[in-house]
Design a binder for this molecule. Structure first.
Ligand SMILES: [Zn+2]
Length: 332
């Protein structure tokens, strides 16, 4: 089968044998795949990884290596999938902290082949069925929406707080929509007008990041910027005793093996202003599917470009263009 493989510092379209599902695993044929910021972090060498890339997609289950009931439940179904796999046996898993499992693997990022291929395997327990009414183009964003819902829960929106979302990638644009729907007064700060002016159609205020004063008046700042500078800016936007939710993905993947950590921000404002800094990770994929199925978030405008998997690694160059929000790959 064809697969996009990262090895020895570069990505290439390669031929690989079809993977065989281990006990409990499903063999999935991806129909649509998304190139997300962590994939670009792999390309840039910020995440140490060798193998088939990709962790975001929609697919059809071809076969499950499990009992008849599990096979009947999943085979032929259209699914999205949680990309990380916990061990189920360590003390963190036993305490309900399986997303933080120290032995976890992550598709396309850490010790597990990903989905940029004609087939991949994932535990059946990681699958979530996609409702018939939800098209692949929308379902692809289930993980992005799930993470935004999770961040909103962590932020505990009460009343009508002033919220700033940093970052104009898909993560920031979806998080701003989810928070705005919770009655928060949301503005999004971005660096690329071609990306963040999408906010207008959702009635969400937006500004270029260079145009805002650092007045320390925001109740909540959600950092989806994917840059080391995001945390520094967040500390200067949040009010005293305000909350910073960080979803800064390259800084979120030490479990995936960060090659070189960016220089740390000066955390003095956290101390002096008694800021609450909380991380928010993947979220529950089912929350993402449910919100998309209810039409609670608009994602179609986030699809900037697309091509086929067999067109190879040129997709990454397009995905890195400043105006690209999400680059999608199909099989044909
Ligand atoms: Zn574990």
């Amino acid at each position: 089968m064809k697969a996009i493989v990262f090895d020895s510092g570069s990505a290439r379209l390669d031929e690989r044998p079809d993977p065989a599902p281990a006990p409990g695993e499903a063999l999935v044929r991806p129909t649509l795949m998304g190139i997300a910021p962590p994939d670009l972090a792999v390309l840039a060498g910020r995440v140490v990884f060798t193998g088939v890339m990709g962790h975001e997609g929609v697919g059809v289950v071809e076969r499950v290596n499990a009992d008849a009931d599990t096979r009947a439940k999943w085979e032929g179904k259209r699914v999205v999938f949680t990309p990380w796999v916990s061990c189920g046996g360590c003390n963190l898993c036993a305490r309900g902290l399986s997303p933080q499992c120290q032995a976890r693997t992550v598709m396309g990022l850490h010790r597990r082949d990903g989905c940029f291929a004609e087939r991949f395997t994932i535990p059946a327990a990681n699958l979530v069925e996609v409702p018939k009414a939800l098209a692949d183009d929308a379902a692809l964003f289930a993980g992005v929406v799930a993470a935004a819902v999770h961040a909103a829960r962590v932020a505990r929106i009460e009343g009508k707080p002033f919220v700033t979302v940093l970052g104009d990638g898909a993560e920031g644009l979806v998080t701003a929509q989810v928070l705005a729907a919770l009655n928060a007064s949301v503005r999004l700060l971005g660096e690329t007008p071609a990306r963040f002016t999408r906010c207008e159609k959702w009635g969400i205020k937006h500004r270029h990041v260079s145009e805002v004063g650092q007045r320390r008046d925001q109740d909540i700042v959600v950092d989806c910027s994917n840059t080391p500078a995001g945390m520094d800016l967040a500390m200067h936007l949040a009010r005293p005793r305000g909350v910073i939710i960080t979803r800064n993905a390259p800084a979120l993947v030490p479990l995936a093996g960060l090659a070189s950590r960016p220089a740390g921000a000066d955390l003095a404002p956290v101390v002096c202003n008694e800021l609450h800094v909380v991380g928010a990770g993947w979220g529950n994929l089912r929350d993402g599917v449910d919100l998309l199925a209810r039409g609670g978030v608009e994602v179609s405008s986030l699809i900037t470009r697309r091509n086929r998997l067999s067109d190879g690694v040129g997709a990454f160059r397009s995905a890195m263009q400043p105006d690209c929000v999400r680059f999608l790959m199909g099989q044909s």
